[in-house]
Design a protein around this ligand. Structure first.
Ligand SMILES: Cc1cc2nc3c(=O)[nH]c(=O)nc-3n(C[C@H](O)[C@H](O)[C@H](O)COP(=O)(O)OP(=O)(O)OC[C@H]3O[C@@H](n4cnc5c(N)ncnc54)[C@H](O)[C@@H]3O)c2cc1C
Length: 442
């Protein structure tokens, strides 16, 4: 029944070569089983990729406050080879490091064609942004130039305690979506995703959509971002905190579970800015150290703790905080004018960054990759010790996703003691916890 199946997730993609002639019911059963395996290993990040492969799947919060796919009663279409595409693209199954030809490679920060300190030229955008407002400035510039008419991203929900996927259609929308949301949201669950010319999302979302694009192409190049499809923007990511962590912060600020919240932002409006809730005409706030350091950063998804790609290797352009550091090499969070780092990961990303600078949308100052690695201790250390953590996790009976091309073993050989310690610690923690598995699957 061909009319019941075909479903294009990314605009411009061509059908793959091996369309397996199975019924939609069987395809759905196989997809559900594959999703269940990921959820049972607690490797689901709630990105929403599977909802693009089967439109009757929805993301819902589980008891631990993380998004997981659930089958709804709504009629939907399932892609003809949904299970195969899922297993090749779901970041709970597999993530590939991108190594575009001609790029330089840093073992912990990934591939690049250029790296800069950057901020939005517009002071309002710079202040509103999470760090330097560079991504928001790029969004505005893409729309201004007609390079994009719709951009998928994330922003505050109608119920401001929640974070939702949004489609940015104007500079006003871009400004409204500025700032990091440290809470579960699946950008790839946006029903309008297929009509977006650019996508901004977490590294796992971007690697998923990049692989989905390449699995669906019959004759695609080694790195499809160089040859069309939506421009992919991302940011460094330490992990997605549970929705419960937001509830905890509200409780600390004396906002009850039933109380109406008018607005809520995690940072930005300064750098790093404060976690702020507006309720009953009053603002309550906590510093970045109190909100991220004491609550949000401790409540991240298990999958994020074994993530090889917190640095957005599959994006065309990726942003990060360009923190100032103290004498011991730790970031300092004193308020100041925001500063992002920008990395062009593809030639297409390089062209976009330089064109945005030429148009006056962003200010750039070249930096070295080692200068960036210096101010990103979490990303550097997580990748350096990941081989050990994955081994520990496997020994405890919880295999992580497959990571290809990251050369984690080479980092482990250079840092054997830290990796051994990480392996032992992870195995012990997982055994104590019995199993980190939570949530149900479709
Ligand atoms: C969960 C999380 C963890 C992070 N961890 C790190 C880290 O370890 N190191 C680091 O340097 N930076 C981290 N960041 C990124 C950092 O906070 C800034 O977003 C980044 O420096 C870009 O800043 P900017 O001012 O250029 O972006 P902005 O101009 O503020 O634009 C941010 C864009 O990101 C989108 N966005 C916000 N939250 C989400 C979300 N949850 N999912 C998908 N899209 C979203 C928004 O729609 C907006 O368009 C993290 C961000 C998040 C959301």
């Amino acid at each position: 029944m061909p009319g019941d199946t075909g479903h294009g997730a990314i605009r411009g993609r061509t059908p793959g070569p091996e369309v397996v002639p199975v019924t939609p019911e069987r395809e759905r059963r196989e997809l559900d089983a594959a999703i269940r395996r990921v959820v049972q290993r607690n490797a689901c990040i709630g990105c929403g990729l599977c909802t693009q492969l089967d439109t009757s799947l929805r993301l819902e919060l589980d008891a631990d406050g993380f998004l997981r796919p659930h089958r709804s009663d709504a009629p939907g279409v399932v892609a003809p080879d949904a299970r195969r595409q899922f297993e090749r693209s779901c970041p709970g199954c597999r993530v590939d490091a991108a190594r575009p030809r001609g790029s330089r490679r840093d073992a912990t920060m990934g591939s690049s064609f250029g790296v800069w300190e950057a901020w939005a030229s517009d002071e309002v955008v710079r202040r509103r942004g999470s760090s330097g407002g560079a991504l928001t400035a790029l969004h505005g510039w893409l729309l201004d130039q007609g390079r994009a008419s719709a951009i998928a991203a994330a922003s505050v929900g109608r119920e401001p305690r929640r974070t939702v996927p949004v489609t940015i259609l104007s500079k006003e929308d871009a400004l409204a979506a500025a700032g990091s949301r440290y809470a579960p949201v699946g950008v790839l669950a946006d029903p309008a995703l297929a009509s977006c010319d650019a996508i901004t999302g977490k590294p796992c979302e971007i690697s998923a959509i990049r692989s989905l694009g390449s699995t669906a192409r019959s004759d695609g190049p080694a790195h499809p971002g160089d040859a069309g499809g939506p421009l992919l923007l991302s940011f460094f990511c330490a992990g997605t905190p549970s929705q419960r962590a937001t509830d905890d912060l509200l409780a600390r600020l004396g906002v009850g579970a039933d109380e109406r919240v008018d607005d809520l932002w995690y940072r930005g409006r300064g750098w790093p800015g404060r976690f702020t809730v507006r309720a009953d005409g009053r603002d309550g706030s906590l510093s970045y150290e109190e909100s991220w350091g004491e609550v949000l950063g401790r409540a991240t998804n298990w999958r994020c703790k074994v993530c090889a790609d917190g640095v957005g290797e599959s994006a065309d352009v990726v942003a990060a905080d360009f923190w100032r550091i103290d004498d011991r090499g730790y970031p300092v969070f004193t308020e100041g004018p925001g500063s992002s780092a920008l990395i062009a990961r593809t030639r297409r990303g390089l062209e976009a960054v330089l064109a945005a600078q030429a148009a006056g949308a962003i200010v750039l100052r070249p930096i070295t990759m080692s200068a960036l690695a210096n101010v990103q201790p979490l990303q550097r250390n997580r990748r350096t010790t990941l081989f050990g953590r994955l081994m520990g996790s496997r020994l405890a009976g919880v295999p992580g996703p497959r990571y290809r091309g990251f050369r984690l073993w080479a980092l482990a050989l250079r840092h054997p003691r830290q990796n051994l310690r990480a392996a032992r610690g992870t195995r012990a923690r997982l055994r104590r916890a019995a199993a980190p598995t939570t949530g149900s699957a479709p």
